[in-house]
Design a protein around this ligand. Sequence first.
Ligand SMILES: Nc1ncnc2c1ncn2[C@@H]1O[C@H](COP(=O)(O)OP(=O)(O)OP(=O)(O)O)[C@@H](O)[C@H]1O
Ligand SMILES: [Mg+2]
Length: 257
Amino acid sequence: MVKLIQISNLSFSYGKKAVLSNLNLSVERGEFLGIIGPVGSGKSTLLFTMNGVIPHLINGNFKGNVLVCGMDTRKTKVSELSKRVGIVLQDPNSQIFSLKVWDEVAFALENRKLPKEEIARRVAKYLGLFGLESMRDRDPNNLSEGQKQKLTLASTLAMEPEIILLDEPSSNLDFGSAVELYNMLKSLQREGRTIIVVEHDTEMLLDNATRVIVVKDGKIGIDGPTKKVLSDPRIERYGLRVPCPFKKTPKSLRVRK
Ligand SMILES: Nc1ncnc2c1ncn2[C@@H]1O[C@H](COP(=O)(O)OP(=O)(O)OP(=O)(O)O)[C@@H](O)[C@H]1O
Ligand SMILES: [Mg+2]
């Protein structure tokens, strides 16, 4: 069976030190995959290999193969890959470039030459989903960090990509907005889209992801169904947050029998 994403023996370094080394990963259509790992372990780097930004736009030493929807990312233009794969970057400030909220969402749709009415429908729909419709004429630079994060989510989801990559999408959101976002992602998954999300909030993954992988030492350290991975004792050893249901009661608080 052909996987939607197939990464084989992938090694990547920006300079001398390898960030990813001989990493293997395959993702099937319709998965909701959570990616966790310590700070600097290569999670964002791994995402950039899935939309072709690595090796096309970021320099480094790239070895191995990445196939996305059957396309070899090395031989496929980023613009071609972007028709199938959307990404929400970790830092919204590096993604936003328009001077109006409305234009930010419309831009990529216009580039894709969608009919005007369809663009207007989608921009209104996705700004609405993130509660940004009243800000449509504002300069995105003056939005709060959380509002900027919502704007980058709206512009990526408005493209309605088959594979959605998200890098810590809830880091600037309040709890309610994060839950709304994950509900939205879950319904996109139900429609058959593939969701891949780097997330440090393991409780959010526990409620939503079907599978979790841990990036450690340039490889996939742990890989499996969400509950199994998040209850693995190595999670705490790696300095990652053990979700509440799996937290052991400290000895001092245990009831003596
Ligand atoms: N453009 C770059 N040039 C040089 N080194 C880089 C670049 N981007 C990342 N790195 C380095 O590569 C390593 C992996 O970075 P990456 O951003 O992929 O980690 P991460 O797991 O996403 O971290 P975080 O949890 O902080 O977001 C780090 O040591 C980082 O310093
Ligand atoms: Mg990162």
